[in-house]
Write a protein that binds this ligand. Structure first.
Ligand code: GLU
Length: 296
């Protein structure tokens, strides 16, 4: 009999602001999901170098330790691993699944309008209108010319071609197992031709998360339900890169008293603000409602 696999979970904040009660909930959820026998990892998602700041990273360690969390060492910091993302990007590139996109946001909006839809109500993905595919079929000569001119570009996934290749690689539909939902069938085209890299930054969120979770052996990804649409794309990337699928558990988001999801700018519910106001770690853990959530 094979012994049950020990659970590996992670909390993966971006150091672009101070942690709030929603982050505390997510971190506690991940560590509880790992259980006493499992491993709980902390990952610093700092690929957005324009927004990531060392003081926010330091505050993440301080706030989580104050809350009573313990995590495995070493902590993976994404900006130290651009080489890993490049390897994955090249794997996709040789299979013809990536193309350079030179469109600015303004051009994308104009293109969507031209096609007869207002950008705000274009039928599209759950996160807004999908990229209309303008650069998907540029010929090689034109691509090279634009690159030689030094134009900025993003590297996008050709979602349709990618879905077909994944389909050829895998028998049956692409699925994952999700906490309370059970088996979910992925819709790999849900977010369209997502950005996987940029001229100036090797990796986007989608690519780096998939690569990191695989390299770190994460076998249970717990995260907020706002990231559910991304999981459809992540399953596709895992299939293309030959990674086994982790299990997922998308949890609820903490909201403020108006029922609005917490944002980094809502300072009153930052962990450091609560600490400075005299709350104890146990009181802040209580405020997240994590115990009720776990016990059902
Ligand atoms: N870094 C992401 C965030 O701060 C979370 C990544 C994930 O859980 O996949 O929202």
């Amino acid at each position: 009999m094979t012994p049950p696999k020990s659970i590996v979970t992670r909390f993966a904040p971006s150091p672009t602001g101070y942690l709030h009660l929603g982050h505390a909930y997510a971190a506690l959820f991940a560590t509880r999901a790992a259980g006493p026998e499992g491993k709980f990892l902390l990952r610093i998602e700092d690929i957005d170098s324009a927004r990531a700041r060392p003081e926010f990273e330091a505050a993440i360690f301080k706030d989580l330790a104050w809350l009573g969390l313990q995590w495995e060492q070493p902590v993976r910091r994404q900006s130290d691993h651009f080489g890993d993302y490049l390897v994955a990007l090249e794997k996709l590139q040789v299979r013809g699944l990536i193309y350079p996109c030179f469109c600015t946001r303004k051009e994308i909006r104009a293109e969507i309008e031209k096609s007869g839809h207002a950008p705000h109500n274009t039928p599209g993905g759950p996160e807004g209108p999908l990229y209309p595919g303008t650069c998907r079929y540029l010929d090689e000569g034109e691509r090279q010319k634009r690159m030689d001119e030094g134009r900025a570009f993003a590297l996008r996934l050709d979602a349709l071609a990618a879905s077909q290749q994944a389909h050829d690689n895998i028998a049956g539909p692409l699925t994952w197992t999700d906490g309370d939902k059970g088996e979910v069938t992925a819709d790999p085209g849900l977010l369209g031709d997502v950005v996987l890299g940029r001229k100036e930054t090797t990796a986007s969120y989608h690519l780096s998360v998939v690569v990191d979770d695989h390299i770190q052996g994460v076998n249970l990804v717990t995260r907020g339900e706002d990231l559910l649409p991304s999981t459809h794309v992540h399953r596709l990337l895992q299939a293309l890169l030959g990674y086994p699928a982790p299990a997922y558990h998308h949890h609820r988001l903490i909201t403020n008293e108006d029922g609005v999801r917490l944002a980094k700018r809502d300072e009153s519910l930052n962990i450091r603000t609560l600490r400075d106001a005299g709350k104890t770690p146990a009181e802040v853990r209580d405020m997240t409602g994590i115990e009720e959530a776990i016990s059902g």
